[in-house]
Ligand binder design. Sequence first.
Ligand code: CP
Length: 304
Amino acid sequence: MRSLIGILDLSTEEIDALIRVAEDIIANPDAYREKCKGKKLATLFFEPSTRTRLSFEAAMYELGGNVLGFSEATSSSVAKGESVADTIRTVNCYADIIAMRHPKEGAPLVASAKSQVPVINAGDGGHNHPTQTLTDLLTIHREKGRLCDLTVGFCGDLKFGRTVHSLIEALSRYTGIRIVLISPDELRLPEYMQNKLGSLDNVTFTETKNLEAAIPELDILYMTRVQKERFFNEADYIRLKDSYILTPEKLTGAKPDLSILHPLPRVNEISVAVDDDPRACYFRQALNGKFIRMALMLMLLDIQ
Ligand code: CP
């Protein structure tokens, strides 16, 4: 029995295999409609979510299985003081696989240690969001046809953005990756991650505050929301929240085949006027999330 807590739990070969299965699901959906017949997914969401929870649920339904769970801590017995460990042991009585989002970093790891069924980390605090990273990798693969030899710009909240941290870790295992970090000083990528990147031979990285100057060299632009819920001080959030707003004008010098990604939800950092640009991939990305989660659940449930 295997869980997924961080993206590095998966080897590069396993990630490539998941992408292959997801692409096969897209091409041959009928072949997968009954693969999870009789299986139940529990979605335990202690923090808000639209895409992750609903795409997990849609994924299990499209595999022929069923779904149970809760979408906020207040509707579970956690509100009465029950521990994560007891919650997981109880849910083990009812479900074959668990997707869990929790504000506390490490909570899904604790859950996996207590669980007899696979636990998938659906986001823990500012720490990890491995299924978003798989979604991002599938999207890059579908848009570009490869995961190597790419210049990837990460823009916005690189400090608290867990999706940024996980995607950088995953891309760092491929060759020819050039990373451009675009953020205000206060939201720079944490030093421990910069040190890790600096120690790798197959990845180079630069830092800038200037989005417009960076755009022309990028193959991928990964925009992020400033993570309001991770700030201790509202005044800092208000000062930083609109640091970057991507508009059609700012894309004037961009490559014709640039791919613009965003894990969503978006607040203000991409103007809706960009949405009709064929280079805007973020809603296709949200759809890809369902297919890669289908592939992941098949893998963790050991279903061929
Ligand atoms: N990208 C993402 O995790 O979105 P949700 O918070 O809506 O699940």
